[in-house]
Every structure is written in structure tokens, then in C-alpha cells.
Design a binder for this molecule. Sequence first.
Ligand SMILES: [Zn+2]
Length: 89
Amino acid sequence: MTQLPPFVRIGGHRIPVLRKRLPKHFGYFEPNSLVITIDDQAPESLAWETLYHEVIEAINFLGEYNLPHQTIQQLGVWMHQAIESMELK
Ligand SMILES: [Zn+2]
């Protein structure tokens, strides 16, 4: 598993991926600043899963999908598993 990327492009946006201590959450997406922040104490697999979750949060915001949060959570888990399975060993 590799380090998280410094940013992700979604639509025309370059969204920074910041790491810092988050006592209450594993991560969050800020719609006003278009920034994703991930807890820097989270184990790497959880940090990746959280990043996928926050990418879907960003897509949900930009696309105005109004997805239920449970759907966002589930899509993040499945994306994480599927993309991990394609890693070259
Ligand atoms: Zn969420």
C-alpha cells in the first residue's frame, strides 16, 4: 500500500489531500474550500478507505446527487476493495 496522494482531480478541480490529527473523524471533505483532510494517525488501509469515502463525498457535492450517507460509505468500501485488488504484487 502506498502513501496517500497529495491531491485528487475531480471535474475541473485539484483537491488537496491533507493529513493532520483528527480526534473525532477519520476524515472529511470541505465543500467551501474543496479540501480533503485525512487523520494522520489512522492505519494506512483505513486512511485509503477514508480517502475513497471523501472522494465520493466530493462527487456527491459537485454532482448534487444528495446520496444518503450510508450509500457514500458503502461505495467507499467497495471502491477501496476493488482498486486494492488490482494492485500489482
Ligand atoms: Zn461522510
